[in-house]
Write a protein of this length. Structure first.
Length: 280
C-alpha cells in the first residue's frame, strides 16, 4: 500500500499522485507550446467548449442534447487526428529533438542546416537582403499563413532563387518547418522594444520581434552591408561570421541553449560574449 503524504480536503495524496500530476502537467504544457500561435489553438478551444457542454448536459439530464453529444463523440477521435495532424507531427518531432533524447541517441545536425549556412554565405557576399526563420518547438503557423505556401525541399538553389531581388517572393521571410521550406514572403511582427538602436532596419526589427514571441532561430542578412545577424529569444547577435552562425545554430539545435557568440572588441582586442547588442 502506498504511503499517504497528506490529505487534500478528504482525498489522500501519495508520491504517485504527485508524480502523476507533474507528468500530466508537463505533457499539457509541451502540447500548448507546440500549438501556441497556430489556428489549431482556436480549434482546441472549440473542442474544450464542446467537452464542457457535454458535461453540462449530462448533469442536467437533457436527453436530446445527450443524444446529440453521443453522436458527435463517436467521431471525436478521428476528427481530432485529422484536424491536429500537423500539430501532432510537430509534437512528435519536438519530443524527438529534446536535449535528453539527443544526449542518449546522439542525433546529428539536420542536413538542411548546411544548405542554410551556404545560402547565408552566398547572400552575404552579394549583399542580398534576407530573413530565414528556423522553427523549433513554438508553432509558426500564424506566420506561415501570411506568406506563400511552398512545402518544398530545402536546398541552396531554392533559397537563392527566393531571395533573388527580381523574385516576387524575396520581400519577406522564409520559414523552415519540419525540414522543408514551408512558406516564403511571410510577414513577421516588429519588435516593440523601446531600447532598440535606431540604426536597425525593418528586417532586424522583424527578426527580433519574432524571436521575442517564439523560440525560432531567425537569421538576417543586411542588404546594405551584407552582414549576418541572428535573433534568438529576444537577443539580436549582430555582425557575426558564417562559422559563428553555424556554431550557434548547431549548439541551439543540440541543447536548446547557447553560451553566446563572440567578437573582437575594439579597445582591448580580447574576445567577449556578444549578447543583447541591440539594446542600450
Amino acid at each position: 500500500m502506498q504511503e499517504e503524504l497528506f490529505k487534500f480536503w478528504i482525498i489522500p495524496v501519495t508520491w504517485i499522485d504527485i508524480l502523476d500530476i507533474t507528468v500530466v502537467t508537463v505533457i499539457f504544457y509541451r502540447a500548448y507550446l507546440v500549438i501556441q500561435g497556430t489556428t489549431a489553438s482556436r480549434m482546441l478551444m472549440g473542442l474544450i467548449l464542446i467537452l464542457i457542454v457535454s458535461i453540462a448536459v449530462q448533469a442536467l439530464n437533457m436527453s436530446g442534447m445527450i443524444w446529440l453529444v453521443d453522436q458527435i463523440r463517436t467521431v471525436w477521435v478521428i476528427a481530432f487526428v485529422i484536424i491536429f495532424q500537423p500539430e501532432l507531427r510537430r509534437m512528435l518531432t519536438f519530443f524527438g529533438q529534446s536535449g535528453f533524447l539527443r544526449n542518449i541517441i546522439k542525433l546529428g545536425i539536420p542536413a538542411y542546416v548546411h544548405e542554410v549556412i551556404k545560402t547565408c554565405e552566398h547572400l552575404s557576399k552579394r549583399r542580398s537582403g534576407a530573413i530565414i526563420a528556423l522553427e523549433r518547438s513554438t508553432g509558426l503557423k500564424n506566420i506561415i499563413e501570411t506568406g506563400v505556401s511552398l512545402e518544398a525541399k530545402i536546398s541552396q538553389q531554392l533559397l537563392l532563387s527566393i531571395f533573388n531581388p527580381r523574385s516576387p517572393l524575396h520581400d519577406g521571410a522564409v520559414v523552415i518547418e519540419n525540414d522543408q521550406v514551408s512558406a516564403a514572403k511571410c510577414l513577421l511582427p516588429l519588435s516593440q522594444n523601446p531600447y532598440i538602436e535606431s540604426s536597425l532596419g525593418t528586417r532586424h526589427r522583424a527578426a527580433l520581434g519574432l524571436s521575442e514571441q517564439s523560440d525560432a532561430i531567425v537569421i538576417v542578412i543586411s542588404e546594405e552591408t551584407g552582414k549576418i545577424s541572428v535573433a534568438y529569444k529576444g537577443t539580436l547577435n549582430r555582425n557575426i561570421s558564417v562559422a559563428e552562425l553555424q556554431g550557434f545554430i548547431e549548439e541551439v539545435l543540440k541543447s536548446g541553449k547557447t553560451r553566446g557568440l563572440w567578437r573582437k572588441t575594439t579597445n582591448a582586442g580580447k574576445r567577449q560574449p556578444l549578447t543583447n547588442v541591440a539594446f542600450k
